[in-house]
Design a protein around this ligand. Structure first.
Ligand code: GRF
Length: 273
């Protein structure tokens, strides 16, 4: 069993694309000593992301890696010369881009890698223990993930607004509500090379009442997200997240916090109150 590293107070970098309410919850908890981590940097793929304003207000360094600009630019052939990876191998490994034309796939991957190369440069200058995705709406290639998930450590954490493996992708709340689910869920997991398929760290559910609309369930789910993200980071800091194989031989985790049941019960009580 491998225990995730736990330097007690972690250094985390948070990636955002939008409003950043999860980021705000983490900033607030860090400020009041409830988060066992220092938020060392906030990085966005979009200059207009409101999350950047939140970070600046809290005095946290911010950066923009302009993915749009990277993805729009023309790259001259041969593509490989400019890249820190073997593109053909990356194209064989990657599972996220659904582009059937091999030439177009290579072009797209090359641009993505250039954006990620800049992102890695920025992030590494802060020496983060974990990269926490909080509404970061970009696909991560095996190049980026391989840089951080090394030596048996998983270092990229994501929060997903559905009970995985149901409803992966960018519309967790809409998909849950649209399907007519009676309970919705939130999942916090390590990011792997698939779409929302990495080892699950924590999950929690919230009820969907007959008169709810999509916005109501999003708000209910978000309040749960804030509690869960904080708790998962605290578990990581305390060395209470162990990697293990699931019964179906997937990579999973085991939380060793003696209060684990109490924490989960409190989450359920909170959403039913
Ligand atoms: C959250 O619902 C999170 O689960 C998902 O993106 C949304 C981000 O919201 N990955 P916010 O920017 O934190 O308000």
């Amino acid at each position: 069993m491998i225990r995730q590293q736990s330097p007690n107070k972690l250094r985390i970098a948070v990636l955002v694309s939008g409003s950043g309410t999860n980021l705000q919850a983490l900033l607030d908890r860090a400020a009041t000593g409830k988060l066992a981590a220092e938020i060392v940097a906030v990085v966005s793929d979009r200059p207009e992301a409101y999350g950047l304003v939140r970070a600046e207000r809290a005095g946290v360094p911010t950066h923009v890696v302009d993915y749009k600009a990277h993805l729009q630019r023309e790259i001259e052939k041969p593509l490989e010369l400019k890249l820190p990876v073997n593109l053909a191998e990356l194209a064989r490994r990657q599972k996220i881009l659904k582009i059937s034309d091999p030439e177009k796939l290579l072009q797209r991957l090359a641009k993505l890698v250039l954006a990620e190369h800049e992102l890695i440069d920025v992030l590494d200058s802060y020496q983060p223990d974990y990269i926490c995705l909080a509404g970061f709406m970009r696909l991560l290639s095996p190049y980026f993930l391989g840089h951080y998930n090394r030596g048996g450590q998983w270092r990229v954490v994501n929060i997903h607004p559905a009970l995985l493996p149901a409803f992966p992708g960018a519309h967790g709340y809409e998909d849950t509500f649209g399907y007519g689910c009676k309970w919705g869920g939130i999942t916090i997991h390590f990011a792997d090379e698939g779409e929302d398929t990495g080892p699950i760290i924590a999950q929690a559910v919230y009820p969907i009442w007959p008169d709810d609309d999509q916005e109501k369930i999003r708000q209910r789910g978000l309040s749960l997200e804030y509690e869960m993200y904080t708790q998962c980071i605290n578990w990581l800091a305390a060395g209470q997240v162990e990697l293990c194989l699931t019964p179906s031989r997937r990579m999973g985790t085991r939380i060793t916090d003696p209060d684990y049941q109490k924490v989960l019960t409190a989450w359920v009580d909170e959403v039913l109150a």
